[in-house]
Unconditional design. Structure first.
Length: 284
Protein backbone atom coordinates (compact mmCIF):
# COMPACT_ATOMS: atom_id res chain seq x y z
CA UNK A 1 0.00 0.00 0.00
CA UNK A 2 1.34 3.44 -0.93
CA UNK A 3 2.47 5.59 1.99
CA UNK A 4 0.30 8.59 2.80
CA UNK A 5 1.64 12.09 3.48
CA UNK A 6 0.99 11.64 7.21
CA UNK A 7 2.95 8.39 7.22
CA UNK A 8 5.81 10.04 5.30
CA UNK A 9 5.88 12.83 7.90
CA UNK A 10 5.86 10.36 10.82
CA UNK A 11 8.71 8.36 9.27
CA UNK A 12 10.63 11.58 8.67
CA UNK A 13 10.38 12.71 12.30
CA UNK A 14 11.15 9.38 13.94
CA UNK A 15 14.12 8.69 11.70
CA UNK A 16 15.57 12.17 12.21
CA UNK A 17 15.24 11.87 16.00
CA UNK A 18 17.38 8.73 15.88
CA UNK A 19 19.84 10.30 13.42
CA UNK A 20 20.13 13.54 15.37
CA UNK A 21 20.88 11.80 18.66
CA UNK A 22 23.63 9.89 16.89
CA UNK A 23 25.06 13.09 15.36
CA UNK A 24 24.96 14.96 18.66
CA UNK A 25 26.84 12.21 20.46
CA UNK A 26 29.48 12.00 17.72
CA UNK A 27 29.92 15.80 17.65
CA UNK A 28 30.24 15.85 21.43
CA UNK A 29 32.82 13.06 21.45
CA UNK A 30 34.88 14.57 18.61
CA UNK A 31 34.76 18.22 19.80
CA UNK A 32 34.74 17.49 23.50
CA UNK A 33 32.12 20.22 23.91
CA UNK A 34 28.54 19.23 24.65
CA UNK A 35 27.22 22.66 23.54
CA UNK A 36 28.75 22.20 20.10
CA UNK A 37 27.13 18.79 19.91
CA UNK A 38 23.69 20.27 20.61
CA UNK A 39 24.14 23.10 18.07
CA UNK A 40 25.19 20.74 15.30
CA UNK A 41 22.37 18.35 16.15
CA UNK A 42 19.76 21.15 16.11
CA UNK A 43 20.93 22.48 12.73
CA UNK A 44 21.02 19.00 11.27
CA UNK A 45 17.57 17.93 12.43
CA UNK A 46 15.86 20.88 10.74
CA UNK A 47 17.67 20.75 7.39
CA UNK A 48 17.67 16.97 6.99
CA UNK A 49 14.05 16.58 8.07
CA UNK A 50 12.98 18.92 5.28
CA UNK A 51 15.21 17.24 2.72
CA UNK A 52 14.09 13.75 3.73
CA UNK A 53 10.40 14.63 3.51
CA UNK A 54 10.69 15.98 -0.02
CA UNK A 55 12.90 13.01 -0.96
CA UNK A 56 10.09 10.67 0.16
CA UNK A 57 7.43 12.60 -1.72
CA UNK A 58 9.46 12.56 -4.95
CA UNK A 59 9.98 8.82 -4.76
CA UNK A 60 6.29 8.37 -4.04
CA UNK A 61 5.57 9.74 -7.54
CA UNK A 62 8.26 7.72 -9.34
CA UNK A 63 7.47 4.26 -10.72
CA UNK A 64 11.11 3.19 -10.93
CA UNK A 65 11.68 -0.15 -9.22
CA UNK A 66 7.96 -0.92 -8.88
CA UNK A 67 7.09 -4.20 -10.56
CA UNK A 68 3.50 -3.41 -11.54
CA UNK A 69 3.29 -6.44 -13.82
CA UNK A 70 4.11 -8.72 -10.93
CA UNK A 71 1.66 -6.85 -8.74
CA UNK A 72 -1.08 -7.27 -11.36
CA UNK A 73 -0.25 -10.96 -11.82
CA UNK A 74 -0.51 -11.53 -8.07
CA UNK A 75 -3.83 -9.68 -8.00
CA UNK A 76 -5.17 -11.79 -10.86
CA UNK A 77 -4.06 -15.00 -9.16
CA UNK A 78 -5.83 -13.97 -5.96
CA UNK A 79 -8.94 -13.08 -7.96
CA UNK A 80 -8.93 -16.47 -9.72
CA UNK A 81 -8.81 -18.29 -6.39
CA UNK A 82 -11.71 -16.25 -5.09
CA UNK A 83 -13.73 -16.69 -8.31
CA UNK A 84 -13.77 -20.46 -7.79
CA UNK A 85 -16.25 -19.89 -4.98
CA UNK A 86 -18.38 -17.29 -6.77
CA UNK A 87 -21.57 -18.26 -8.60
CA UNK A 88 -23.35 -15.91 -11.00
CA UNK A 89 -26.78 -14.95 -9.66
CA UNK A 90 -29.84 -14.58 -11.88
CA UNK A 91 -32.64 -12.22 -10.84
CA UNK A 92 -36.25 -11.79 -11.91
CA UNK A 93 -35.68 -8.28 -13.23
CA UNK A 94 -33.43 -8.59 -16.25
CA UNK A 95 -32.05 -6.17 -18.82
CA UNK A 96 -35.07 -6.54 -21.09
CA UNK A 97 -37.50 -5.52 -18.36
CA UNK A 98 -35.36 -2.51 -17.47
CA UNK A 99 -35.33 -1.44 -21.11
CA UNK A 100 -39.11 -1.71 -21.27
CA UNK A 101 -39.43 0.43 -18.15
CA UNK A 102 -37.04 3.09 -19.42
CA UNK A 103 -38.38 2.86 -22.99
CA UNK A 104 -34.94 3.00 -24.56
CA UNK A 105 -32.23 0.67 -25.80
CA UNK A 106 -28.94 0.92 -23.88
CA UNK A 107 -25.82 1.78 -25.84
CA UNK A 108 -22.16 2.46 -25.07
CA UNK A 109 -20.92 5.47 -27.04
CA UNK A 110 -17.13 5.40 -26.73
CA UNK A 111 -15.34 8.68 -27.46
CA UNK A 112 -11.61 8.21 -28.11
CA UNK A 113 -8.95 10.74 -29.12
CA UNK A 114 -6.02 12.80 -27.91
CA UNK A 115 -6.21 14.91 -24.79
CA UNK A 116 -7.78 18.22 -25.77
CA UNK A 117 -9.38 16.84 -28.92
CA UNK A 118 -12.90 17.53 -27.65
CA UNK A 119 -14.06 14.13 -26.34
CA UNK A 120 -15.67 15.41 -23.15
CA UNK A 121 -17.09 18.45 -24.94
CA UNK A 122 -18.84 16.36 -27.59
CA UNK A 123 -20.00 13.79 -25.03
CA UNK A 124 -21.44 16.61 -22.93
CA UNK A 125 -23.26 18.14 -25.90
CA UNK A 126 -24.69 14.77 -26.94
CA UNK A 127 -25.83 13.88 -23.44
CA UNK A 128 -27.53 17.27 -23.05
CA UNK A 129 -29.53 16.67 -26.22
CA UNK A 130 -30.45 13.11 -25.29
CA UNK A 131 -31.41 14.14 -21.77
CA UNK A 132 -33.64 16.91 -23.10
CA UNK A 133 -35.37 14.33 -25.28
CA UNK A 134 -36.07 12.11 -22.28
CA UNK A 135 -33.30 9.52 -22.56
CA UNK A 136 -31.59 8.22 -19.41
CA UNK A 137 -27.85 8.69 -19.79
CA UNK A 138 -24.58 8.80 -17.90
CA UNK A 139 -21.12 10.12 -18.82
CA UNK A 140 -17.97 8.30 -17.73
CA UNK A 141 -15.10 10.78 -18.04
CA UNK A 142 -11.40 9.95 -17.81
CA UNK A 143 -10.46 12.62 -15.26
CA UNK A 144 -13.49 12.00 -13.04
CA UNK A 145 -12.95 8.24 -12.98
CA UNK A 146 -9.34 8.64 -11.86
CA UNK A 147 -10.50 10.56 -8.81
CA UNK A 148 -12.25 7.46 -7.49
CA UNK A 149 -12.49 4.07 -9.14
CA UNK A 150 -9.05 4.26 -10.74
CA UNK A 151 -7.18 6.53 -8.32
CA UNK A 152 -4.70 3.73 -7.63
CA UNK A 153 -3.51 3.62 -11.25
CA UNK A 154 -0.66 5.54 -12.88
CA UNK A 155 -0.12 6.17 -16.60
CA UNK A 156 2.11 3.24 -17.47
CA UNK A 157 0.97 1.04 -20.34
CA UNK A 158 -0.13 -1.67 -17.89
CA UNK A 159 -2.10 0.75 -15.75
CA UNK A 160 -3.79 2.29 -18.77
CA UNK A 161 -4.91 -1.16 -19.86
CA UNK A 162 -6.32 -1.81 -16.39
CA UNK A 163 -8.02 1.60 -16.41
CA UNK A 164 -9.90 0.81 -19.63
CA UNK A 165 -10.72 -2.72 -18.45
CA UNK A 166 -12.41 -1.31 -15.36
CA UNK A 167 -14.32 1.24 -17.41
CA UNK A 168 -15.49 -1.52 -19.70
CA UNK A 169 -16.86 -3.50 -16.76
CA UNK A 170 -18.58 -0.45 -15.30
CA UNK A 171 -20.06 0.35 -18.72
CA UNK A 172 -21.43 -3.18 -18.98
CA UNK A 173 -23.22 -2.76 -15.65
CA UNK A 174 -24.74 0.51 -16.82
CA UNK A 175 -25.92 -1.15 -20.03
CA UNK A 176 -27.48 -3.97 -18.04
CA UNK A 177 -29.40 -1.34 -16.07
CA UNK A 178 -30.77 0.04 -19.34
CA UNK A 179 -28.83 3.31 -19.30
CA UNK A 180 -27.12 4.91 -22.30
CA UNK A 181 -23.43 5.38 -21.51
CA UNK A 182 -21.15 8.00 -22.98
CA UNK A 183 -17.50 7.21 -22.20
CA UNK A 184 -14.85 9.85 -22.91
CA UNK A 185 -11.33 8.41 -22.60
CA UNK A 186 -8.09 8.85 -24.51
CA UNK A 187 -7.95 5.02 -24.67
CA UNK A 188 -4.88 5.08 -26.95
CA UNK A 189 -4.53 1.35 -27.59
CA UNK A 190 -6.69 -0.38 -30.21
CA UNK A 191 -6.64 -3.71 -28.37
CA UNK A 192 -8.17 -2.12 -25.27
CA UNK A 193 -10.99 -0.51 -27.23
CA UNK A 194 -11.64 -3.80 -29.00
CA UNK A 195 -11.69 -5.59 -25.65
CA UNK A 196 -14.45 -3.26 -24.45
CA UNK A 197 -16.39 -3.83 -27.68
CA UNK A 198 -16.20 -7.59 -27.18
CA UNK A 199 -17.15 -7.23 -23.52
CA UNK A 200 -20.38 -5.31 -24.08
CA UNK A 201 -21.21 -6.77 -27.48
CA UNK A 202 -20.66 -5.25 -30.91
CA UNK A 203 -24.34 -4.31 -31.21
CA UNK A 204 -24.10 -2.25 -28.01
CA UNK A 205 -20.90 -0.38 -28.88
CA UNK A 206 -20.34 2.74 -30.97
CA UNK A 207 -16.78 3.95 -31.42
CA UNK A 208 -16.49 7.70 -31.93
CA UNK A 209 -13.07 8.90 -33.02
CA UNK A 210 -12.61 12.55 -32.08
CA UNK A 211 -9.99 13.30 -34.71
CA UNK A 212 -8.01 16.43 -33.94
CA UNK A 213 -4.38 17.15 -34.99
CA UNK A 214 -1.79 17.05 -32.22
CA UNK A 215 -0.70 20.64 -32.89
CA UNK A 216 -4.27 21.89 -32.41
CA UNK A 217 -4.64 19.93 -29.17
CA UNK A 218 -1.38 21.47 -27.95
CA UNK A 219 -2.59 24.96 -28.83
CA UNK A 220 -5.76 24.39 -26.85
CA UNK A 221 -4.00 22.73 -23.90
CA UNK A 222 -6.79 23.76 -21.52
CA UNK A 223 -5.30 21.75 -18.64
CA UNK A 224 -1.68 22.66 -19.35
CA UNK A 225 -0.77 19.00 -19.71
CA UNK A 226 1.03 19.24 -23.05
CA UNK A 227 3.27 22.00 -21.70
CA UNK A 228 4.19 19.83 -18.72
CA UNK A 229 4.76 16.82 -20.97
CA UNK A 230 7.08 18.82 -23.23
CA UNK A 231 8.99 19.97 -20.16
CA UNK A 232 9.37 16.37 -19.02
CA UNK A 233 7.18 16.86 -15.95
CA UNK A 234 4.66 14.25 -17.16
CA UNK A 235 5.85 10.91 -18.49
CA UNK A 236 4.04 8.52 -20.87
CA UNK A 237 1.80 11.30 -22.17
CA UNK A 238 -0.19 10.24 -25.23
CA UNK A 239 0.91 12.05 -28.37
CA UNK A 240 4.23 13.16 -26.88
CA UNK A 241 6.16 10.15 -25.58
CA UNK A 242 3.42 7.54 -25.76
CA UNK A 243 1.60 6.50 -28.97
CA UNK A 244 -2.05 6.89 -29.92
CA UNK A 245 -3.34 4.13 -32.18
CA UNK A 246 -5.98 5.71 -34.40
CA UNK A 247 -9.15 3.67 -34.93
CA UNK A 248 -9.08 2.12 -38.41
CA UNK A 249 -12.83 1.57 -38.64
CA UNK A 250 -14.49 3.98 -36.23
CA UNK A 251 -18.28 4.12 -36.44
CA UNK A 252 -18.16 7.92 -36.44
CA UNK A 253 -15.28 10.35 -37.01
CA UNK A 254 -15.58 13.87 -35.59
CA UNK A 255 -13.06 16.36 -36.98
CA UNK A 256 -13.37 18.95 -34.23
CA UNK A 257 -10.70 21.25 -35.66
CA UNK A 258 -12.44 21.52 -39.03
CA UNK A 259 -16.20 21.22 -38.50
CA UNK A 260 -18.50 23.27 -36.27
CA UNK A 261 -19.59 21.49 -33.09
CA UNK A 262 -23.29 21.94 -33.92
CA UNK A 263 -22.86 20.07 -37.20
CA UNK A 264 -20.88 17.30 -35.50
CA UNK A 265 -23.58 17.02 -32.84
CA UNK A 266 -26.24 16.69 -35.54
CA UNK A 267 -24.24 13.91 -37.18
CA UNK A 268 -23.92 12.13 -33.84
CA UNK A 269 -27.65 12.35 -33.17
CA UNK A 270 -28.49 11.03 -36.65
CA UNK A 271 -26.32 7.97 -36.02
CA UNK A 272 -27.14 7.31 -32.37
CA UNK A 273 -30.89 7.93 -32.06
CA UNK A 274 -32.00 5.03 -34.29
CA UNK A 275 -29.93 2.70 -32.13
CA UNK A 276 -31.43 3.82 -28.80
CA UNK A 277 -35.02 4.46 -29.81
CA UNK A 278 -37.46 1.74 -28.78
CA UNK A 279 -39.65 2.47 -31.81
CA UNK A 280 -36.85 1.79 -34.30
CA UNK A 281 -35.77 -1.36 -32.47
CA UNK A 282 -39.15 -3.09 -32.25
CA UNK A 283 -39.12 -6.54 -33.82
CA UNK A 284 -41.89 -7.00 -36.37
Amino acid sequence: MADSRVRHLAKTITWRVVGTIDTMILAWVISGDITTGFKIGAAEVVTKMILYYFHERIWYKINFGLDRRKERKNRQERAEKVSENIIHQNFKIDSGKRQSLLRQKPLLIWFTGLSGSGKSTMANLLESELHATGYKTYILDGDNIRHGLCNDLAFTEEDRMENIRRIGEVSRLFLDSGVIVLSAFVSPFARDREQVRQLVGDENFVEVFVDCPLEVCEQRDVKGLYKKAREGKIKNFTGIDSPFEKPEKADIVLKTAEVDAKILLSNLLDYVEPKISVETNVEV
